[in-house]
Design a protein around this ligand. Structure first.
Ligand code: ADP
Ligand code: MG
Length: 353
């Protein structure tokens, strides 16, 4: 009985813009679960969610991992009988632990975590609350503020503020007096820099607000700061630990969607060339930040470091960070002495804690 393999349901793909990143992340996770000693511990059941939200069982999911998802459109009819929850329920009986390798809305925001909870099986990563708070920049900032954690000065806005001239001019006045230019306008719930813009004047501010308001009812506007970008990985529940610190050097003005995914415009440096007391503070703040929003299991905490002021500000928490072979999260743990196979095994153990 004790030798029985733990059946791990790895769910990947999903209806978000980060669909193809998720496929790459899942391939990394699954290869590591099927590697070395892990072969004797885990059996992977791969479950792919396509861009339309249809769930596929392992035969198709394995092909997607090998070949990408293009073949699906040509060869397999998208019949409604293959859709969603019925498929999930078929798979659930077999699974001991869920491992979501999804990014963005529906995957990282508490939605699927709620579903996992209803199946009664443990899952890797934050629960409904931590995931939802980690996804929503406004709620996350409010939670950080409550714990007096350092962050960038910001204002909040709602899409409805743009519908009424009086409200809009009040909002603009508030942003100009509290933040000034340049400022960043962000939809509260997206990620991967989607819908984010940097405004240098009032015209650009209104354009940025209009863009963000089409993507989300809730928005954050932040004072733009000149800072280095540091990141720290967090692992575990009861025994929660923070990794060494990495730095992202971005060759563009800021870390936008293209620089995140087009290959050469950003460089990762591990460990970050910073002083020991700063690295320690990053690790300490990472744990406090996770605590503030109830993030656990797996998380990457991102910071702004204003070197001239020696000041650290928490930017955000990602509760399901990228997990490709070139992603910061597994690289930070590798540099902290936990290789990929050990890391995925620890993540599954943490789900069962
Ligand atoms: N207040 C800010 N000051 C300077 N740069 C910023 C600020 N906010 C965001 N950025 C830049 O934009 C990038 C994306 O912003 P972020 O809030 O991390 O969004 P996402 O959740 O989409 O990753 C950051 O990595 C950074 O390069
Ligand atoms: Mg970010």
């Amino acid at each position: 009985m004790s030798n029985r393999l733990t059946k791990v349901g790895v769910v990947f793909g999903g209806m978000s813009r980060e669909h193809s990143v998720s496929i790459k992340s899942a391939a990394t996770v699954i290869n590591a679960l099927r590697d070395g000693e892990n072969k004797q511990k885990f059996e992977v059941i791969s479950i792919y969610i396509d861009r339309k939200g249809i769930w596929w069982s392992s035969d198709i999911s394995e092909r997607v991992l090998q070949e990408g998802s293009n073949f699906l459109n040509d060869q397999i009819p998208n019949t409604s009988s293959l859709k969603g929850l019925t498929k999930l329920l078929d798979e659930t009986a077999k699974i001991d632990v869920w491992f979501p390798v999804l990014h963005g809305p529906n995957g990282e925001d508490g939605t699927i975590q709620g579903l996992f909870k209803l199946t009664g099986k443990p899952f890797v990563g934050s629960g409904v609350l931590g995931s939802a708070l980690g996804m929503d920049k406004l709620a996350m900032k409010a939670a950080f503020a409550k714990e007096q954690l350092p962050q960038v000065t910001y204002c909040k806005a709602y899409a409805r503020d743009l519908l009424n001239k009086e409200n809009l001019s009040y909002l603009i006045h508030q942003i100009e007096s509290e933040l000034g230019y340049p400022c960043f306008i962000k939809p509260a719930n997206l990620g991967s820099s989607v819908g984010i813009s940097k405004a240098y004047n009032q015209t650009e501010l209104i354009t940025g607000l209009t863009l963000a308001s089409k993507l989300d009812q809730r928005m954050v506007i932040e004072k733009s700061i000149k800072a280095r970008e540091l990141e720290c990985a967090v692992l575990g529940k009861k025994n929660i630990a923070a990794s060494c610190v990495g730095e992202v050097f971005c060759k563009t003005d800021w870390y936008n969607y293209d620089s995140k995914y087009s290959g050469n415009s950003a460089e990762i440096i591990i460990p970050a060339p910073i002083e020991g007391h700063i690295a320690k503070k990053v690790r300490d703040l990472s744990l406090l930040a996770c605590n503030a929003i109830s993030a656990e299991g797996i998380a990457r905490v991102d910071f702004f470091y204003e070197e001239n002021k020696d000041s650290l500000l928490i930017n955000e928490i990602n509760t399901l960070p990228g997990f490709t072979s070139k992603s910061m999260y597994p690289m930070l743990w590798a540099a902290s002495g936990i290789n990929l196979s050990q890391l995925v095994a620890r993540l599954i153990e943490s789900a069962k804690e």
